[in-house]
Design a protein around this ligand. Structure first.
Ligand SMILES: C[S@@+](CC[C@H](N)C(=O)[O-])C[C@H]1O[C@@H](n2cnc3c(N)ncnc32)[C@H](O)[C@@H]1O
Length: 390
């Protein structure tokens, strides 16, 4: 079925804005046009209609002054940080399914390409150091399982990574599988996922998700392991996976006292606010940040490195966060702790790049205003590492 598309000028007319506003909306990822071979933008009319509908229902935050600032020291006394729930935040904003993943064209794949199934024009845009987060709308029937989990990532964003870093049929590992976003991306992209998750609740939902959101029997093509990643990874042989993609716990930030946003969006809807309560194997329950980082790197990511094939990649999706008044640059700490480290099978892990996953749809809250700079953290990082010879 062909969709109706219009040029930039008509798109501006449809939305009642100027052409330069349309360009800005494209730059900010609000609109995602395709391009003609001559480089002209083409906007699906459905996407413009959808935007019009959504913009009618946008409301300003009702209670923006949740953060208390000590007016003498300028320090934050109560934080309402978003936490790691980045797919859910797309859901909150009601963004609908995207239409902009690389257009399939019929140019051949270079026979020397052993990494993926992309041709040159599909490969190039994927090397940008940023991309815009995509997700399903909150009411989408396929967002209901994902919503149960306090910090899922979007299977559409993971699909980007899976299609760039693997070929069809290859094996993808996710040691913190949650509700199976990586498994869903793998199923949709024809890859095989091996997903490890500590909590029975998320493990079972991941299987159910594939069965109900993709098709009956879909979960059987993948392996879902219920267990502690630190123990389960040890059972795999060296060099047995083609790619690792995951998002770990962001230390214990989900265990913070519920703030305004958590109360409004999760507690009020009877949704979980953490992975587990007192499970000592849950990495989110490690009290010290330094110890958490050590366990994450030494016991999980270096083991992932060992089970990865040489020259293959690991993508780790994380964000920075605040702990009381301290800003913790988790992504940078993780890079420092993992880069150039040796794996037990005699290779090393090296950083290849850092992609910024922009969450430009999130509501801006006036944290700190008018006393101090307190960031609205509206992006995640995708840390791209490779297993290289020493
Ligand atoms: C950020 S979430 C991952 C969410 C996942 N990407 C998704 O989309 O559903 C981190 C997950 O790690 C799990 N986890 C924590 N400690 C673990 C451990 N020792 N072994 C395996 N999984 C663990 C948590 O239960 C949680 O589901």
């Amino acid at each position: 079925m062909s969709e109706t598309i219009v040029g930039t000028k008509q798109a501006a007319q449809m939305l009642g804005v100027s052409i330069s506003t349309i360009y800005r909306m494209v730059d900010n990822g609000i609109l995602q046009p395709s391009k003609t071979p001559g480089g002209q933008r083409r906007f699906p009319v459905d996407q413009l209609d959808e935007y019009k509908k959504k913009s009618r229902s946008i409301v300003a935050p009702q209670n923006p002054y949740q953060m208390r600032i000590n007016v003498v020291s300028g320090e934050i006394e109560e934080d309402i940080d978003d936490g790691p729930s980045f797919a859910a935040s797309v859901i909150e904003e009601g963004l609908e399914e995207d239409t902009e993943y690389p257009a399939v064209d019929d140019k051949p794949v270079d026979p020397r390409n052993t990494l993926n199934d992309l041709n040159g024009s599909q490969w190039l845009p994927e090397t940008k150091s940023f991309f815009f987060q995509k997700g399903l709308g909150a009411k989408h029937p396929h967002a209901q399982i994902e919503r149960q989990h306090p910090a899922p990532f979007s299977f559409q964003d993971v699909s980007h990574l899976v299609t760039f870093f693997t070929k069809k049929g290859m094996k993808v590992l996710d040691p913190f599988g949650g509700v199976g976003s990586t498994a869903k991306a793998c199923e949709l992209e024809g890859r095989i996922c091996i997903s490890i998750e500590l909590q029975k609740r998320w493990h079972e939902l991941a299987i159910k998700r594939l069965e109900s959101e993709v098709r009956e029997g879909a979960s059987q093509k993948h392996i879902f392991i219920l267990g502690d990643a630190r123990k389960e990874l040890k059972k795999f042989d060296d060099c047995s996976f083609d790619f690792m993609v995951t998002s770990p716990p962001y230390w214990s930030i989900l265990n913070k006292k519920a703030d305004y946003k958590v109360k409004r969006e999760r507690l009020a809807n009877n949704l979980a606010t953490n992975y587990s309560d007192n499970d000592e194997n849950d990495l989110a329950n490690i009290e010290s940040y330094d110890e958490f980082l050590r366990v994450l790197v030494d016991d999980v990511f270096l083991e992932c490195g060992r089970v990865l094939r040489p020259k293959k990649y690991m993508c780790i999706v994380v964000s920075d966060f605040r702990n009381k008044s301290e800003f913790i640059s988790f992504h940078s700490d993780l890079i420092q702790a993992l880069n150039h480290r040796a794996t037990a099978d005699g290779y090393k892990i090296t950083l290849q790049g850092v992609k910024v996953l922009l969450q430009n749809h999130k509501t801006l809250l006036p944290y700190g205003y008018p006393f101090a700079y307190v960031e609205n953290i509206h992006h995640q990082y995708v840390l791209v590492f490779r297993k290289d010879k020493k």
